[in-house]
Design a protein around this ligand. Structure first.
Ligand SMILES: Nc1nc2c(ncn2[C@@H]2O[C@H](COP(=O)(O)OP(=O)(O)O)[C@@H](O)[C@H]2O)c(=O)[nH]1
Ligand SMILES: [Mg+2]
Length: 193
């Protein structure tokens, strides 16, 4: 007998126009949309199987944030993980990702923020202003997984969700809540828990 499906809710956040909706639609519907209405906030549903376990995912697509955004309380409630997206052709979107991460920490506390950092639009090679190294460095400082993607060229979106399951226990000096062994926490392993 197989285990019952687990429900998980994941929110995509980041500056406007970085490709949040495109990545989600690529993942849920397997195609690239060129002109998705930018202001819509929508929740998508998708079932997927990871490591023999079935998940019913709710994917929350936000309209986008900037450094002045007051993030609604609802984005902090009942969300299991966050995908913070920026686009490699926008320095501004990179700083907004940092800003949003800080807001999440302020609201939820260090150990409660399972995050995957995603650099989108890697197909725009000539327009790239944020290097792989810069993105990786930022994600490392958060102890979060980092993925470079192009919603236009490929469908790496599946990988984004896999991170929540796979990502690994990171070693932290602090042994709060879900510590499994001393000094280790599996804060990104939200799908598996
Ligand atoms: N070249 C390129 N364009 C993209 C990519 N992802 C999204 N876009 C385009 O960027 C614009 C904004 O995308 P959208 O998904 O609406 O961004 P959102 O505001 O973050 O949801 C749209 O015109 C998309 O077609 C990508 O990977 N490469
Ligand atoms: Mg959108």
């Amino acid at each position: 007998m197989s285990a019952p499906p687990k429900q998980r809710k994941i929110a995509f956040m980041g500056f406007r126009s970085v490709g949040k909706s495109s990545l989600i639609i690529q993942f849920v519907e397997n195609h690239f949309v060129d002109n998705y209405e930018p202001t819509i906030e929508n929740t998508f549903h998708k079932s997927l199987k990871l490591g023999g376990q079935e998940y019913h995912l709710q994917v929350v697509d936000t309209a986008g944030q900037d450094e002045y955004s007051i993030i609604p309380q609802s984005y902090f409630m009942n969300i299991n993980g966050y995908v913070l997206v920026y686009s490699v052709n926008s320095e501004k979107s990179f700083s907004v990702a940092k800003f949003v991460y800080q807001r999440l920490l302020d609201m939820k506390g260090q150990m409660d923020v399972p995050v995957v950092l995603v650099a989108n639009k890697t197909d725009l090679r000539m327009e790239r202003v944020v290097s792989y190294e810069d993105g990786k460095k930022l994600a490392d400082s958060w102890k979060a997984p980092f993925i470079e993607a192009s919603a236009k060229e490929n469908s790496l979106s599946f990988l984004i969700f896999e991170q929540f399951e796979e990502n690994s226990c990171v070693t932290v000096s602090d042994d709060s809540d879900n510590a499994t062994t001393e000094g280790t926490t599996c804060r990104n392993k939200i799908l598996a828990s």
